[in-house]
Structures are given as C-alpha cells and as structure tokens.
Write a protein that binds this ligand. Sequence first.
Ligand code: FES
Ligand code: FE
Length: 438
Amino acid sequence: SWRAHSPPSADAGAYLDIERGVIDRRIWKDEGLYQQELRRVFAPSWLFLAHESQLPKPGDFFTTYMGEDPVVVVRGKDRTVRAFLNTCRHRGMRLCRADAGTTRNFTCSYHGWGYDLSGNLVNVPNAEAYPDHFDTADWGLREVARVQNHRGLVFGTWNPEAPDLIEALGDMAWYMDAFLDRDPEGTEVVDGVTKWVLEGNWKLAAEQFASDWYHVNMAHASALMVMSPTGKGPKTEIANTPGRQFTSPLGHGAGFPVHPRSRFDDAAVHEHYDYDQLRERLGSARVEGPMTTGHATVFPNFSYLPVNGTIRVWHPKGPDRMEVWTWVLVDKNMPEEVKQAQRRYNLRTFGPSGIFEQDDGENWSEIQAVSRGFVSNRTPLNYQMGLGIHDDHDPDYPGRVGELYSDNAARGFYARWRDLMNTPAWHENHTTPEGDRD
Ligand code: FES
Ligand code: FE
C-alpha cells in the first residue's frame, strides 16, 4: 500500500513551541521533515497553479509545480481548466517540456505516446506490439483531483476530500479581494512569469509575507529612503506605522498599514483609481487597509503584495532552496500605459533585481546558510512578538486581527504547518495509489 511505502513520520510539534513562541530552525533544514512536508502539507493543500488570463483559449497550457510534482494546466475543448501530473505514464518522461503555449495534444518526446487535452492516452506507436489486455483507458495522465478558481486565480489540490477553495481560504478571501476585486471586470497578468532561484527554505519567504512587517524599517531602510515621497527616509514614514495583522486558523496571514498615506505605489497607478468609488465597492476599511502597502500569504506557498502588483509562488526545491515565480497582476480594465507602469514599478521593487526583493532574499539565504552549523541548528529562535498582549479583534476586519507589529500570523502559519505535518493525509488511508482518486 502507499501507507506501507511512506516513511515513519516525525512529530513536527517537537520542533515548535507555538504557545511560547519558540521555533527550532531544523524545520528549514531537515530532509526527513521536508519529505513529510511534500506528503502532508503540499499533497493535500490547495496550491496556486496559474491565472486564468494565461489560458484564454482551448488548448492553452502552462506548466508549473505542486510541491515538487510537475503539472501541466490546460484549458480543454469544453473550456474547462484541468491540471495533470506532467509525466508520461510509459517511462515517466516529463511530458510537456514548454513553459507555456497552445496545443491540440501532448506528445511524449521519448517514445511518442500522445495524450489529449483531457489527459486521455490517444496515441501509442506500434500499438500492435502490446498484449490484448493493454487498455489505453488505464494509462491516461494522472489528473489533479480538484481545480477551482477564485476571482481569476486558479488553484488545484490532489486531495479529493479537500473542502472547496473558498472554504479553504476562509476569511482570507475578504483580504485577497482588496487586490482581486478592485474592478468589476477583474484582473489579468501581464507579460509572462519571472522565475529565479534562492538559497533558502520556502517557509522563510511564506512566513515573512504572512506576518513580518517588523523587518521593513531595517532590512529595507535604504530602499525606503529612495522611495520616500518626503525624501526624509524610512523613520518618519514607516516606523510605528499604525496597521493590522490578520491571522487565519487555516495558516494564511496578511499585514498592512491602515492609512492611505502609507502608500508607496506608482503615481500612474495611484492616479488611475477613483478612491471614493473604491470605498463604495470594497468598503473603507479595505481600501485604507489591505489595499495599501501590505503583504500576504495564502497557506502554504502563495503570496502577494497589492501595491506592487506582484503575485508569487515559493516553489520548494529541497529543504534549502526555493524557486520564486512571480507574475504582475493588474486590473483588466486599466489603460495599457497604467498596466505597464505597474509592471515597471513591480520590477523596480520586487523583480529579481528589485530594491526590496534583494534585501529579503539576502536575509533568507543567510539564515539558511547559518542553519548548516551543528550548534546553530540546536539554538532555537524567537517568535514572541505580540504574544498574549493584543486584543485580536477589530470590528472593521473579519477574523482574528491585531497589531501590525506582531508574530501572530507567523505563529498561525507554523501552527497550521504543524497540524498538517502531524495528520495523516488522505492518501495515507488508502491502499492503492488509484484508491485516492475521485
Ligand atoms: Fe513517454 Fe515512453 S516515456 S512514450
Ligand atoms: Fe521585505
């Protein structure tokens, strides 16, 4: 059975004392924990796949990863978006080797097996050489169990028993919509995907985007001096910024200043919006809060920054490396020059050479490098900011919401991680790999 093939699982709780706010950095380093993560965090969770604007027509496809599993996301002839494990059922060759494109079917480059847009095996060269009991119906592509869309963002999960995406997002959807629902026509992504590799565990990035406003003043000090509209540097602009942090029991998190003067957005994008209209559409709390210079993570590894226009995935590539994939998200309705202004602004700030992006990556990579040391590895870290001192309710915001300067959402992220790590996933309760399919 699959279960018999699964290595014994570690108690993730042994590495985290969430209640005391103490974390053992081996969770970023340990190969066994990493394998357990692929099995129990990535395989059962809803994971971001693509933006629907990448797949406007039947036959349009995009290749990505769910955890370390390659998948191809494709719009079928019936216009339904499906996702398949991107590996041929014959010898396991990577089936689709392009990043994106349009096709009528997928032909394997090793021996030529061909699959249609619904994953059916439709062509087998030298088929007469196979025995009578060989049935192409048994050898279609493995399909991602559930694929759903929230306001243009397409997510998938291998877990046939997963709750609907909207339930899995919970209150997080309200915060996401400050970015995704600014305009009735919705959003699109512009000009492809930017990808780069970072030394560092994927959780370092996901956790920071969920929770960490604290680093902004220090890590991004020089960038803030350049960006500051007053030219006075970060102290007056960012230090003690009033703001809120949202913590979800589902592991998601978001933090944001609560005054529009906290905006550091591009002038062209700022002028594009009619803020009175936005307040009417989304409510003042959302326009003055999550629409400003904030950050967010949808558990486990999808993050975004509304003002910078970036959406991104932290793809795990082993315990000590991640691949960052980023898209620029804009309102469909924006004039082309505003879209391009948003794209350039994103590139300047959070592109691979962006003035903020480089600061974050440097910190994560150094943390990872330090974690290699034997003694470092056994020296726990502090996650106590805000612990027990906040009243985590604000009538203007849904869910658990407290002060911006807090580790609450990081503790929430790791609590969710620990719970999933310690819970057998659906596939561990089935006896055959096929048994876990719908
Ligand atoms: Fe794909 Fe052989 S591995 S056809
Ligand atoms: Fe940062």
